[in-house]
Design a binder for this molecule. Structure first.
Ligand SMILES: [Zn+2]
Length: 368
């Protein structure tokens, strides 16, 4: 028996994480936030981002907040992959600009979540539940009852699982289901397979669209990870380099050792040449094929996520039970939007049993 949880933006919403359509507005708000005065780097990134919106996308200043994140990234990603220029920006400019926008996203999400610490309790409850479920694996390696697949970039759950494991004497690891290295020399950041070999347990968290706390070396394809605040302190916008490549490739000390972030638009997954993300998708497909129950939390099954939809369609067994955790139905509006979402799921999953759980994320988690 295995339960696979699939988390969408609605999982992080009670903790005040911005949904994707709000991220550009949150970035623009950094102008008036704490960062702006202190941080000349962030200020210059903001200037460059707004210049791009105005000069290249040709958007009116007062409409910047209405631009869809996909419309910023998809043309940039397309030009980088195809080796062509985007208006006045060549490939090198585009790679740099993309990294700056990623940095702004990381800071904007982090700032938003910092301002709402009191709303995160349910995330800790869920993390403790996952740890308790996986802990018996220390004795029995075949014990493998839960996995989490997330489409979110934020690291609310990642940090909560890490903390729950720390409170359990570091007996387990956060398992991103790919091969990771620690950004700093932190012994508690290890791959899941390493943990199992040491008689520890793993808590699987498969982040299909990448994560705020990941940096990727374009040369050796290693994925570097940090938890808590460290990603902002040491992270990408401080121009981090791979710690292995400058030693292994002494002859080619070039800019290509600079680590890159790993935030991926759902619309761009099929063009992906990132080995670690591919591995995560492969492992997610294995988890889904073993599921007896799949629980969707705060995920609306949008058409734009066609890569995830094809994965679900291919891998979930016919006899698996599908549960949809949706918003609490407090008025006609939430009832109607839940009914629309449920209909989308029922059409998609056809003859399978689809159960609606309209209690809200927080109530659902506390009842686990
Ligand atoms: Zn490297």
């Amino acid at each position: 028996m295995k339960t696979v949880f699939i988390l969408g933006a609605g999982f992080s919403k009670p903790a005040k994480a911005p949904i994707q359509s709000e991220i550009i507005q949150e970035i623009l708000k950094l102008r008036s936030g704490n960062f702006y005065d202190k941080d000349v780097i962030i200020k210059s990134y903001l200037d460059d981002f707004e210049k791009f919106l105005s000069d290249e996308l040709f958007i009116h200043n007062e409409k910047f907040g209405d631009v869809a994140l996909e419309d910023v990234f998809t043309p940039i990603d397309r030009c980088i992959i195809d080796g062509i220029s985007f208006r006045s920006l060549d490939g090198k400019n585009l790679v740099e600009l993309r990294e700056k926008i990623y940095s702004l996203i990381i800071i904007a999400i982090k700032e938003k979540l910092n301002s709402a610490t009191e709303h995160k309790a349910y995330v800790n409850v869920f993390a403790k539940y996952l740890v308790a479920q996986m802990k018996p694996r220390m004795i029995n390696k075949d014990h493998d009852p839960v996995a989490v697949i997330s489409t979110n970039w934020d690291i609310l759950l990642d940090n909560s699982i890490k903390r729950a494991i720390e409170q359990d004497d570091h007996n387990g690891v956060v398992d991103y289901c790919c091969y990771i290295s620690s950004l700093e020399d932190d012994d508690t950041i290890k791959p899941g397979l390493w943990a199992l070999g040491k008689g520890k347990y793993n808590v699987k968290l498969l982040k299909l669209h990448g994560s705020l706390n990941w940096l990727h070396c374009p040369k050796c394809q290693r994925l570097f990870v940090a938890f808590y605040e460290k990603i902002a302190e040491y992270g990408i916008y401080r121009d981090r380099k791979c710690k292995y490549c400058p030693i292994n490739f002494k002859e080619s000390k070039t800019v290509s050792d600079a680590l890159r972030s790993n935030l991926i638009m759902p619309t761009f997954l099929k063009d992906l040449n990132n080995f670690q993300i591919k591995l995560i998708w492969q492992n997610a497909s294995v988890e889904l094929s073993e599921a007896s129950k799949v629980v969707f939390i705060g995920y609306s099954l949008p058409q734009a996520d066609y890569e995830l939809r094809q994965l679900l369609s291919r891998m979930i067994p016919h006899e698996a039970v599908i549960e949809i955790v949706m918003r609490e139905e407090i008025d006609e509006k939430t009832e109607k939007s839940n009914a629309d979402t449920l209909m989308r799921y029922k059409t998609f999953f056809g003859k399978r049993e689809v159960k609606s759980v309209p209690v809200g994320v927080e109530n659902y988690v506390s009842a686990l």
